[in-house]
Design a protein around this ligand. Structure first.
Ligand code: MN
Length: 239
């Protein structure tokens, strides 16, 4: 070990956040989690907004909000309206700034199925008060993500069914071809504002049909060619 490169910390740094990789024992290290707001027209309308007039906008979750498929997610504190949002997740293997939509393809490691768990009551209070969305979006366990599928395996995804069910009842059922801003455009847009980096995950937005989850809910979702995600909503976490 090169002494010059050995860093001392005042306490042990936390373990890297990570997501499983399909068919690989190694995991994908998560650097940041970007999320796109209102990226399907019908969902923008159900949230009371006009989808035609908006350029893409973003919010973030902490990297350690990721949770593997199969987890029991404790019902979060300070909400009475926990919502599911099934989303196509894009994982980056390379960084870049000011990339074009064409160039963005070179940065993609692969895709996954994710759920943007949302404390909808806190998010809407914040939205309507002109405050940040963080408390509604970036809480513990708020970014479940199924194993990532490599782009070499899936090819460039342009379409495919995206769906979510709760206790066996379908709640969300759409197609990723309905994204207002597609994956390449989303990566390009983020990179105009800040560098994207290897390890970044991007939750690309949810279609219509978002709704509430109660403790005990069994949540399943999937995207064609990317497999499925499953979650159980547990009792409130004891803190
Ligand atoms: Mn979302």
């Amino acid at each position: 070990v090169d002494e010059e490169l050995t860093m001392d910390f005042v306490f042990a740094p936390p373990p890297a956040s990570s997501v499983a990789v399909y068919g690989d024992t190694r995991r994908f290290p998560v650097r940041r989690i970007f999320c796109v707001g209102r990226n399907y027209a019908a969902h923008a309308r159900e949230m009371g907004r006009d989808p035609e007039r908006e350029p893409p906008f973003f919010f973030m979750k902490p990297a350690d909000a990721v949770v593997d498929s199969g987890a029991v997610v404790p019902y979060p504190a300070q909400t009475e309206n926990l919502h599911h949002e099934i989303e196509l997740v894009v994982a980056l293997k390379k960084g870049g700034a000011n990339v074009t939509p064409e160039g963005a393809r070179d940065l993609v490691f692969g895709y996954g199925v994710g759920i943007d768990l949302t404390r909808r009551d806190l998010q809407l209070q914040a939205r309507d008060a002109g405050r940040p969305w963080d408390w509604g979006k970036g809480f513990d366990f708020s970014a479940p993500c199924a194993p990532l599928h490599r782009i070499e395996e899936t090819g460039w995804l342009q379409s495919g069914r995206i769906w979510l069910s709760v206790d066996g009842v379908t709640r969300q059922d759409a197609d990723i071809s309905q994204l207002i801003w597609n994956v390449a455009e989303v990566i390009s847009a983020i990179s105009q504002s800040m560098r994207v980096e290897a390890g970044d995950l991007i939750f690309t937005g949810t279609p219509e049909g978002v709704g509430a989850l109660a403790p005990g809910a069994e949540v399943r979702g999937g995207i064609d060619r990317l497999g499925e995600i499953a979650l159980t909503i547990g009792p409130p976490a004891s803190r």
